[in-house]
Design a protein around this ligand. Sequence first.
Ligand SMILES: Cc1cc2c(cc1C)N(C[C@H](O)[C@H](O)[C@H](O)COP(=O)(O)O)c1[nH]c(=O)[nH]c(=O)c1N2
Length: 248
Amino acid sequence: MSSHAQAIQTDPSFSAAERAAVYRAIHTRRDVRGQFLPDPIPDEVLARVLTAAHHAPSVGFMQPWDFVLVRSRTVRQQIHHDFLAAHAEAERMFDEGRRTTYRNLKLEGILEAPLNLCVTCDRGRNGPVVLGRTHMPEMDIYSAVCAVQNLWLAARAEGLGVGWVSILHPQALREALGIPDGIVPIAYLCIGYVSHFHDRPELESAGWLKRMPLAGLLHFDRWQGAADEADGGLAAAVAQAMPGAAPA
Ligand SMILES: Cc1cc2c(cc1C)N(C[C@H](O)[C@H](O)[C@H](O)COP(=O)(O)O)c1[nH]c(=O)[nH]c(=O)c1N2
């Protein structure tokens, strides 16, 4: 056996229950802002969720992320203060019709959640030339976002809510958390156990936007490409697919 021999997964399939669990995590994950409980997150649970994040795909296996765990109330108060400033600025960017709706949306749980977490991206990690990033330099950022998504789904499976707060000046975040140059804040997350998860995105319930029909977002071969008969079958299947329904 060469030193590069690959171990293999001998059973590539998931059982129906395993598939159902994966789809359930995906379809019941929510952005949580207002239902946090103060209960602390046990270290072993947090360790599992962070490990899930760390096992995300990354360009060239670059693993550009770091995780800043923010437990200090003083630091969270600073971030909350920064949020309020950005929130007030944001409000003025919407037209008058939406401004009141925007103002009344709950868009963060910085002080209520027992833990805040900043996922960052080290743009220089593993040297200046990274496999797969040679022509699309932003791929390191996208990799860090994959870590966020893994974390979000694992958290849901653990019964933990996660809320992403992006109404923040990156520089304010950088200063509040002492993030060095060359490291980019990607996601500021509020994490904790919750009283409940909403069924639907809160922005949908609030009438802000609706989930778009997936069938209308499919393109065949080219952007303007027309569906042929085989594609029509997929479009029909997609239109009928129920979120959360696991294949038998
Ligand atoms: C990159 C990014 C950034 C943000 C978000 C998400 C993502 C992906 N979302 C959450 C967003 O509103 C939410 O995901 C959608 O409304 C869909 O709802 P569910 O996540 O399915 O509950 C979000 N929510 C919020 O209340 N304040 C925020 O600042 C942000 N920022």
